[in-house]
Design a protein around this ligand. Structure first.
Ligand code: ADP
Ligand code: MG
Length: 196
């Protein structure tokens, strides 16, 4: 079994702690936002290589309260004890651009598999599968359904270590009234079953 580190306090980050450098480098984009490389200065003044996810407005007319709610929901789903196979947050900014700050990783599993010049060894793939299962078990044991598990939402930390990311579609497995939710995978989509 893997060792779980104690939960850390979340940092509220201001814009001046994030430096994109001269050429803002896009690391990836998905349905909910864009992820850029940056240098994050932590409260002790240490510069850390980081990735910052900036949430896209849902639509042109979306109001700031709705946008805040989305980033807050993603942030809340990540507020579980740390686990080696789940990305953790370095901080959050809800005042300006609505940003989530995470440690910088190499790339996602999708890109890693697509760009590998030689076939990825089977023992490495099975190690990744076992780590993904371990990470998902950790989420479920803290009442979080990820609801969007795919290679683009798995990060390569190094060739021996993955981390699950992207909690934009995640939801608590128990609703406000204490009823259990379920998730079905139908026609390549996750469908939430609201109470049973
Ligand atoms: N911490 C990170 N380090 C490096 N690349 C990242 C990191 N987080 C995300 N990415 C890249 O950005 C892409 C989109 O991030 P993701 O969180 O899945 O956003 P979305 O909700 O828009 O799908 C990922 O597929 C990955 O390629
Ligand atoms: Mg994604």
């Amino acid at each position: 079994m893997v060792q779980i580190e104690p939960e850390e306090e979340i940092q509220i980050v201001t814009k001046d702690q994030i430096n994109f450098g001269e050429n803002k480098k896009l690391l990836g984009r998905g349905a909910f936002g864009k992820v850029y490389k940056c240098t994050f200065t932590d409260p002790e003044g240490r510069a850390i290589h980081a990735a910052v996810k900036i949430i896209d407005p849902i639509c042109k007319d979306a109001d700031i309260a709705t946008e805040r709610r989305r980033i807050y929901d993603e942030f809340r789903n990540m507020m579980i004890p740390r686990h080696p196979y789940v990305i953790h947050l370095l901080g959050i900014n809800m005042a300006d651009d609505l940003m989530l700050i995470m440690p910088l990783r190499k790339e996602c599993l999708k890109k890693y598999l697509a760009c590998s010049r030689t076939p990825v060894p089977v023992n490495r793939l099975s190690r990744f599968c076992s780590q993904i299962s371990d990470g998902m078990m950790h989420l479920h044991s803290h009442n979080v359904f990820h609801c969007d598990l795919k290679a683009g939402n798995v990060l390569i930390k190094d060739e021996f270590h993955i981390e699950i990311c992207d909690f934009g579609l995640a939801c608590p497995s128990i609703d406000d009234k204490g009823r259990y939710r379920g998730v079905l995978f139908i026609d390549r989509c996750y469908v939430r079953i609201n109470s049973f």
